[in-house]
Design a protein around this ligand. Structure first.
Ligand code: HEM
Length: 115
């Protein structure tokens, strides 16, 4: 179980890198659109996050707070829907794009600071 948790955690960090790195890189090009790295990252975060939410730590106090998981789940779903629905647009609204980046940073902060 511990090996599975570590593999999921490793993939979760790679998904985070794809989503945030893809978004920042795209933003810096000056053409605001959804790229493949963002789409993969958003999907990987949702799937690996669901895996990490399983009781892999032996139960009890070692498991993450269910409220924290619910917040992360809702935010990650919102990110995925926002990325998925606008994936084919040549240009997306900058407010929409910045919201994707902001929600990604918010979810990383929830992961790290909510103990
Ligand atoms: C865009 C969405 C997400 C982002 C940016 C994100 C970000 C992160 C980050 C930065 C970590 C820290 C990893 C570490 O300390 O090693 C983490 C861990 C974690 N995330 Fe996410 N996450 C997202 C979605 C989700 C979802 C949907 C869930 C489940 C509902 C989830 C559940 C977890 C859990 C349980 C951990 C702790 C891993 C462990 O130490 O066992 N995450 N996440």
């Amino acid at each position: 179980m511990e090996a599975l948790r570590l593999v999921l955690r490793y993939a979760h960090l790679i998904g985070f890198a794809l989503l945030l790195g893809g978004a920042i890189t795209q933003y810096l090009t000056g053409r605001i659109r959804i790229n493949a790295a963002m789409l993969w990252g958003a999907a990987i975060q949702l799937l690996t996050g669901i895996g990490l939410a399983a009781p892999l730590r032996g139960g009890g106090d070692a498991e993450p707070d269910p409220a924290k998981l619910a917040v992360k789940g809702v935010v990650a779903l919102a990110i995925f829907v926002m990325v998925f629905l606008s994936r084919k647009r040549d240009v997306v609204n900058s407010g929409h794009f910045i919201a994707i980046v902001g929600l990604t940073l918010f979810n990383a902060a929830v992961a790290v600071f909510w103990r």
